[in-house]
Structure formats: C-alpha cells, structure tokens
Design a protein around this ligand. Structure first.
Ligand code: ACO
Length: 314
C-alpha cells in the first residue's frame, strides 16, 4: 500500500469562553501579562458534565460526516489524550460505540501534547501495512480537569477541545514520514502531578528554551523526509502552547510571508493533544489552506516528546 491521506477533518470546542479578565478575578494576573507572555486571549472550558469522550465524539462525528464514509468502513480508531479519567474501556472504544463503528481496532495513545501527530503516524503505518483501509484519529483534552485554578503560572495557559481526522488508503502518500522522538532527561519538565487527581505542572522556561532551540531542526527533518524544502510549505501547524514559541520557530525557519501559520493559541489556549488537529481543522474550515497543499504538523510536550510530519491538506 503506497500510503494514506487525510480526507477530512473536524473539531469541537465547548461553548464557555474564559477570558483573561475572567482569570484576573480568580488569581493575581492580568490580561496584559497573559497576552505579552503567551499571546493567549481566550480559552474554552468544558461543562462539568461534559467528558473527554463527549468532546471526542463531537469532533470525530464531524470529521466522519465530512469524509462521506459509512461508519462501517472505519477499521481503526485511535484517541490521543492525557486527560481521560476512564482507563477501561478506552476513549477510542467508547467513541467507536457511540459512532456505530461495528468492529474497528480501538485504542488510546498517550504521548502528551505530541499525541495527535504520534497517533496520526501510527494510523498511517497501519494503513501502509494493509491492516486497515480507513482510520479515525482524534486528539482530545479536558485540561480544565487537571488545572490548579489557584496557580496563576499554569491556569492561564490551558483550554479544552478536540480535533479529528479521517485517513484513507491512497495511491500516493499524503502523509509524509514522521520525525519523532523524546528526551527522557527532561521528562519532568511537563507533568501531571498527584496521581488520581492530578494537576498540570511544568518548568516553563526549560520547555520554552527546549522548544525554541530544538523545534526548527525537527521541522527541517520532517520536511527533508517528505522530500520538500521549507519554502514549499503552504502552511505550518505547530502545537499551540505559546504564541512566542510559534513566532520564534517560524522566524528561525525563514518561511516566506505567504506561508499560513496556525495561531489558534490566541483564541483556544493550550489544548495539549487537541491543539494541532483543532488548529488544522479551523484553517481548513475557513478555507485558508487549499486541498492538497503541503502542511507541516509539529507537536511537542510531556516526555519531552515530539512528533511531526508533512501532510497534504484535506
Ligand atoms: N500573571 C502574572 N504573573 C505571573 C503569571 C501570571 N499568570 N504567571 C507567572 N507570573 C510571574 C511569576 O510569578 C514570576 O514572577 P517573579 O519574577 O516575581 O517570580 C514572573 O511572572 C515570571 O515568571 P516565569 O515563569 O519566569 O514567566 P515566563 O516568561 O517563563 O512565562 C510561560 C511563563 C508562559 C509558562 C513560559 O515559560 C512558557 O510558555 N513556557 C513554555 C511552556 C510550553 O510550551 N509548554 C508546552 C508543553 S506542555 C503542554 O503543552 C500541555
């Protein structure tokens, strides 16, 4: 099987918008500090009774509808998340049940914020190995469940949401070879602490330095593996952690002015494994990327782990 391509995407965000001014009534912070240090203006927060599975179903059903495929055609579903409370059955199995997928292989994957790009590579590999013809890949997080709302260093950063993609076997590869790995020596730089009721913690400056130092080389590697030069990219969708990181990486890559850069972090905050598919789906929905255009996906997070690949835009 020569490869697979993304044929459709979809996303979901909760309705509740939390502004920086709202946060300033909860902790000692300000709109000015948050925008200057992170670029974030708003984030979406799920309702108390809205689960990771609910959000995953909403995004996945939109992607599936956009693909035009009958649910029975999906042979594999994988959900990337690190905030699911349910350990068994997996979120993927629950989503499969709610969408009426009759017999897919279904599993969750936790690779922190790099989870969606990792899961995308795994699904692509499964299709290349001819073990599935069509796959559904979801990135979803309810970060508000793992947020310490009294900690101004972290609560201003995070948001909830989901994004999904449908992959189908194709005669030409629409998903390039993945560049992925991890640095376990920095494994504690991003973490969920305190076991069953965890909260998000990180060494912000360590991660910032790592991301701005290492991501450009990983971006170049993903492009080289896809046989493309950086200037041929129509778009770049990085993990949406901090606008300053995105802009620093883009500057170092020396991309042409015409390259579309995802900056969804401004309105959605950091949604971990959901951030890349969410930002991609919004760009596609707004018609900012044409079908078939090469787009670099590039994610990083807890581990410290990373994964990136060039895709043909759906
Ligand atoms: N409002 C006001 N002041 C604040 C706030 C806030 N929300 N948060 C921290 N401060 C204060 C600190 O207390 C500190 O004050 P002090 O000097 O009196 O001690 C000062 O601001 C500077 O704090 P720093 O933590 O050094 O601020 P920094 O400029 O590093 O910004 C940030 C913090 C935004 C977290 C940044 O380090 C960052 O974005 N790092 C990268 C994080 C990342 O990319 N994570 C991705 C992986 S994890 C994931 O995606 C789920």
């Amino acid at each position: 099987m020569p490869g697979s391509r993304i044929t459709a995407v979809g996303h979901y965000q909760p309705t509740r918008v939390l502004t920086n001014d709202d946060l300033a009534t909860m902790v000692d912070t300000s709109d000015e500090w948050i925008r200057r240090r992170t670029g974030i203006a708003t984030r979406r927060i799920a309702a108390t009774d809205e689960s990771v599975t609910d959000m995953a179903v909403a995004a996945a059903s939109r992607a599936l509808a956009a693909s035009g495929l009958e649910p029975a055609r999906i042979g594999l579903i994988t959900v990337a998340t690190c905030t699911a409370i349910d350990r068994c059955p997996s979120i993927a199995a629950q989503v499969a049940g709610r969408l009426g997928l009759p017999a897919p292989v279904a599993f969750d994957l936790n690779n922190g914020c790099a989870g969606f790009c990792t899961a995308l590579a795994c699904a692509d590999h499964a299709i290349r190995a001819n073990t599935a013809q069509h796959a559904l890949v979801v990135g979803v997080e309810k970060m508000s469940d793992v947020t310490d709302w009294g900690d101004r260093r972290t609560c201003v950063l995070l948001g909830d949401g989901a994004g999904a993609a449908v992959l189908s076997a194709a005669d030409s590869a629409g998903i390039g070879p993945v560049a992925w790995g991890s640095d376990p020596t920095r494994g504690d730089a991003v973490r969920l602490v305190d076991g069953w009721h965890p909260s998000f913690a990180q060494e912000g400056q360590t991660v910032f330095r790592w991301a701005t130092g290492e991501l450009p080389a990983i971006a170049r590697e993903a492009c080289a593996r896809a046989g493309l030069s950086l200037s041929e990219l129509a778009g770049v969708v990085t993990h949406q952690a901090n606008l300053r990181i995105i802009d620093a990486v883009v500057r170092q890559l020396g991309l042409p002015e015409s390259t579309v850069i995802a900056r969804d972090v401004v309105e959605s905050g950091n949604t971990s494994a959901a951030s890349v598919p969410l930002a991609l789906s919004k760009l596609v929905e707004r018609g900012e990327l044409r079908t078939g255009a090469p787009v670099l996906l590039l994610a990083f997070g807890g581990g410290l782990s990373w994964a990136g690949q060039v895709i043909d835009c759906p």
